[in-house]
Design a protein around this ligand. Sequence first.
Ligand code: F6R
Length: 248
Amino acid sequence: LPVTVFKTPKEASLNVANRIANIIKEKQKNNLPAVLGLATGATPIAVYAELVRLHKEEGLSFKNVITFNLDEYYPMQPNAAQSYVTFMNENLFDHIDIEKKNVHIPDGTLKLEEIPAFCLDYERKIGELGGLDIQILGIGRTGHIGFNEPGSAPNSGTRLVTLDDLTRRDAARDFGGKSFVPTKAITMGIGTIFKAREIVLMAWNKKKAPIIKKAVEGEMSSDVPATYLQLSDNVEFILDEDAACLLT
Ligand code: F6R
């Protein structure tokens, strides 16, 4: 499993932002859309900040960019402070020239019975565009990618899932207490992620070191969904020294 270690999260984030920018520019040359799979959470914030800088200071345009976010809490109103819609607007979309019609984030306002059709449609849209050119990922301390918690199947698609207790505890700060964290989410599946032409998993911080060790060196198992990435030929782990500190 290819692992690249950078001294700091900042250097690592610049590397990932440049990769994304290169994909966008390459596609622009050929008049094609760039289809990006995006993540939320603390990990990719500096990547998005650099993309915003590249837009404002270096003229990088997002007019040809189509995005699909990994996940959203369920239920969740898009204008809520904790929604991934709000996160993406504040950290990226409000500061670049992407067309709002090209932004896709799972809809936390659906009725339960509407979710299966929405999820199939999410997969269909990605497929019709020729698939994701790149999917960026963080990793949860449960080993989740997207919100594919332990027990997720390697061929899973976009669906409604139940969040692990540890995931809800880790989100408690954002919600002012674990009891306010939704118990469910809509997430792309492991199978959805796998179809991306390039997968970049990022992790910083000593807190992530134990799960990174399991993901990279542990036996493949649904107990740690990120271990399924060991099966992919197109994945790279981008780590800072702290997240990599337990790797042998
Ligand atoms: C977010 C997502 C999650 C996070 C993971 C790490 O869209 O799908 O898998 O990437 O929970 O979160 P942070 O980056 O906050 O440590």
